[in-house]
Design a protein around this ligand. Structure first.
Ligand SMILES: Nc1ncnc2c1ncn2[C@@H]1O[C@H](COP(=O)(O)OP(=O)(O)OP(=O)(O)O)[C@@H](O)[C@H]1O
Length: 260
């Protein structure tokens, strides 16, 4: 497998009125093509900061991030980024929301229409093209945000707690949808979650960050073959083994972190 993202010696220091905050320290990580990597760690350990640096929306204090041979400087248009607060606009219909990233890029109308149609089919929203966001359930709104991220066809997706606000059942449905899309569209995914079970259910590799300043503390390969049934995966012995091993690493970080 080839490296898609190569993170070397990356640090982030925020300078504010109260002085300097070291959010991340000495992060080294290589993400290969087609991987599904999950980041877990206590609140404030720098998970969002790392996604922000990969997407180029904030600067790296030291170290380098290289994507497909090119160092990231400025906004990185080769990734799709779903942040904790999505950018679904209430005054636009579903199809017009999904078309938005293509409008920004000046894609001609006929091509926009065709691509939006395909995306709506991919996320099973083809019957809601003309609906407004307020008419949608939480899960459907998430699908709109997913389609918006996927529509310009980035090969690499960054997702920051995308399903955090959904109830437990809906979360499973969305995890299943995402795995289907990941496999059919052959994406590389970097996925931040607070939910260890979610990380194990979807990811091929789970990265545990220490409390602030965030460092990579542990890496766990998840030995559960794909395609996975997210509704049943929790009953497998491999799941239980991974959960125990990850929890052992994570629990002390949460105890000394900002969560309590
Ligand atoms: N713009 C900023 N200025 C100063 N400090 C910041 C800034 N953004 C983040 N931080 C601090 O950097 C640390 C890492 O924040 P970050 O949001 O990356 O953590 P996180 O692991 O994603 O947390 P959570 O799981 O709660 O979303 C935190 O202590 C946060 O307060």
């Amino acid at each position: 497998m080839d490296a898609v993202i190569d993170i070397r010696g990356v640090e982030k220091r925020y300078v504010g009125r109260k002085g300097e905050t070291v959010a991340l320290q000495k992060v080294d990580l290589t993400i290969d093509e087609g991987e599904f990597v999950a980041f877990v760690g206590p609140s404030g350990c720098g998970k969002s900061t790392l996604l922000n640096m990969i997407s180029g929306v904030i600067e790296i204090s030291s170290g380098t991030i290289v994507q497909e041979g090119q160092a990231i400087r400025g906004i990185n248009r080769r990734v799709g980024y779903l942040t904790q607060t999505d950018s679904v606009l209430p005054w636009r219909t579903v199809e017009d929301n999904v078309a938005l990233p293509l409008e920004y890029r000046g894609v001609p109308r006929a091509e926009r229409v065709a691509r939006v149609k395909r995306m709506l089919e991919l996320v099973s929203l083809e019957h809601f093209a003309h609906a407004f966001p307020k008419e949608l359930s939480g899960g459907m709104r998430k699908r709109v945000a997913l389609a918006q991220m996927l529509v310009y066809e980035p090969k690499t997706l960054l997702m920051d707690e995308p399903f955090g606000a959904l109830d437990a059942q809906l979360k499973l449905v969305m995890q299943a949808e995402l795995l289907k899309i990941w496999q059919s569209e052959k994406k590389t995914i970097v996925f931040v979650t607070h939910d260890l079970s979610e990380a194990i259910a979807v990811a091929s590799r789970v990265i545990v960050f220490s409390g602030r300043p965030g460092r990579i503390k542990h890496v766990e390969e998840i030995a559960i073959p794909y395609p996975r049934d997210v509704f049943k995966v929790r009953f497998l012995p491999e799941f239980e083994r991974a959960y125990e091993s990850l929890w052992q690493e994570l629990a002390p970080e949460i105890e000394r972190g900002e969560d309590l």
